[in-house]
Design a protein around this ligand. Structure first.
Ligand SMILES: *Cc1c(COP(=O)(O)O)cnc(C)c1O
Length: 495
């Protein structure tokens, strides 16, 4: 276990940036002082005290972390520049910066050679990824672009799905159905994608993650794909999660990539949360296989600590987005460099500037430092919970999410043996939910909770308290006191 002193404040949080660019605000400030003061009063007196303090070191229940000072300034510049990345005429150099940033992220994940990036990064006829406003949109982008590719018709573009729609192109290709495969703990944004693409929630086939990880996983997955094919069903994509939102669990990406490739199925990795671990040479091994994905979702506003609303969807093949290219006569013209021809969104902010800035100022090494420190913090908390008689740890944290629950004295033996009755299980669930709610209401610390199907496959759901360790200011003492408070609350509830 690392000592308290060894878990310090990483460079990312101490690095500041000169505020000079912000001083160049070009407009006159023409507001009446009285109303401005009144507004400032409102912000200070009424709004600010009610803003959720996502940066509080004892609020460790969410994936929305503190934003380092450097980001405030970069974000200010972004608003000041106000570039619109939809087309070159409103973005100029910013278009090139966005391409450069996507190329750099692509290299971290897909590790192609120098020549590849030299050619494809700036090439208007190719696209290595999209910067989006969130992980949800990145997941939707990946599935949508995979669908356009699968149901394209290179010999006769007028007969592609983009032109004739889903139903007719399925009939033309002889498919009776379409499914997407993924583990049962896939993010719910997959359902949004299924709905928007007209495929329906039901067509997302949920695989038991434990079986997939077991020795039978490969055979089962391969067999499923085979059977669907025989039945005339198109398996559009396989989704692997690199760091589930609930527990930070990583699917067996390497095996999934291999099976998907054997069956010519698009393999998408949802690394919205966990993808950042690729920045650490020490921890990147946890994501083994991600390099073989066809597309990857990564959220900047999670573990890259960017302000809300910055994610990416990376495409392994520079050709993928071409199947979804869309043109108009006044922008995003054929052959042009406008990025809008490859994105679902139209007008988009110059978020690439912030990524560009942090890659220069913090770099891969700076991020590695913070991710490793988060990982240490999670390990520490996991060990603290495991060593504590009153709590049960769900599993050794793979990344930096820790699931655990409070167990009262009289249930401890049966929890250990796994012999809880259904009623006792429900009682335990209720108790943990109450602990979570009361702690939140008390207002000095916060963990979240989630429900996960129990290991026996009975269909019963088990409540786990959930801590996301991504605030560098969360000290070992904070963690000890959070547990202490939960124990005190539990004692009061039980009495
Ligand atoms: C957060 C998350 C998403 C969704 O990202 P948003 O930015 O909230 O849209 C998708 N998948 C996973 C695994 C996530 O953790």
């Amino acid at each position: 276990m690392k000592t308290t002193a060894a878990i310090g404040i990483p460079k990312l949080f101490s690095c500041q940036f000169e505020g000079k660019l912000l001083d160049a605000f070009p407009f006159e400030q023409g507001y009446t002082p009285a109303s401005a003061e009144a507004y400032i009063d409102f912000v200070k007196q009424e709004l600010a005290p009610q803003i959720v303090n996502v940066a509080h070191p004892r609020y460790i229940g969410h994936m929305t972390g503190p934003v380092p000072p450097l980001m405030h300034e970069l974000h200010g510049c972004m608003a000041l520049f106000n570039q619109n990345l939809v087309k070159l005429e409103t973005s100029g150099i910013a278009t090139h910066i966005e391409r450069e940033v996507i190329g750099e992220l692509h290299r971290i994940f897909f590790q192609k050679g120098e020549e590849f990036y030299k050619y494809y990064t700036p090439d208007p006829d190719h696209c290595l990824g999209n910067i989006t406003s969130g992980g949800t949109l990145s997941n939707i982008t990946a599935l949508s672009y995979a669908l356009s590719k699968k149901l394209s018709n290179p010999e006769d573009p007028s007969a592609s799905i983009n032109n004739i729609g889903l139903l007719k192109s399925m009939v033309n290709k002889g498919y009776t159905d379409i499914v997407v495969l993924g583990t049962a703990h896939s993010h719910y944004s997959m359902n949004k994608a299924m709905r928007l693409l007209g495929l329906g929630y039901q067509s997302f086939i949920k695989i038991d993650p434990a079986i997939l990880k077991s020795a039978e996983g490969r055979g089962m997955l391969s067999g499923m794909m085979e059977n669907y094919k025989k039945a005339g069903t198109l398996v559009l994509a396989l989704i692997g999660v690199a760091g589930t939102t609930e527990a930070g669990i990583i699917d067996p990406l390497e095996m999934m990539a291999e099976v998907a490739a054997e069956h010519d199925v698009h393999f998408h990795v949802d690394a919205a949360f966990g993808g950042a671990f690729m920045f650490s040479d020490k921890l990147a091994d946890k994501l083994q296989g991600i390099t073989q994905a066809d597309s990857i979702t990564l959220c900047g506003h999670k573990q890259l600590y960017l302000p809300m609303g910055i994610s990416v969807c990376l495409f392994k093949s520079p050709e993928l987005a071409g199947y979804s290219e869309i043109n108009s006569h006044y922008q995003a013209r054929k052959g042009g460099i406008d990025l809008g021809k490859y994105t679902i969104e139209g007008s988009r902010p110059f978020s690439a500037f912030i990524i560009h800035g942090v890659l220069r100022l913090i770099g891969k090494e700076g991020y590695a430092e913070i991710l490793e420190s988060n990982h240490d913090r999670a390990r520490y908390f996991g060990e603290l919970v495991a060593a504590h008689g009153s709590f049960e740890l769900y599993n050794t944290p793979e990344l930096n999410i820790v699931l655990y629950r409070y167990v009262p004295t009289w249930l401890r033996t049966r929890v250990k043996k796994g012999t809880l009755s259904k009623t006792e299980q429900q009682e335990l669930n209720r108790l943990n939910v109450i602990i979570q709610k009361r702690q939140f209401d008390k207002g000095s610390s916060f963990v979240s909770y989630t429900e996960i199907p129990d290991a026996s496959g009975s269909g019963e759901r088990v409540v786990w308290l959930r801590a996301v360790l991504m605030n560098p200011y969360t000290s070992p003492q904070d963690l000890q006191e959070i547990l202490q408070e939960q124990e005190t609350i539990a004692a009061a509830v039980i009495l």
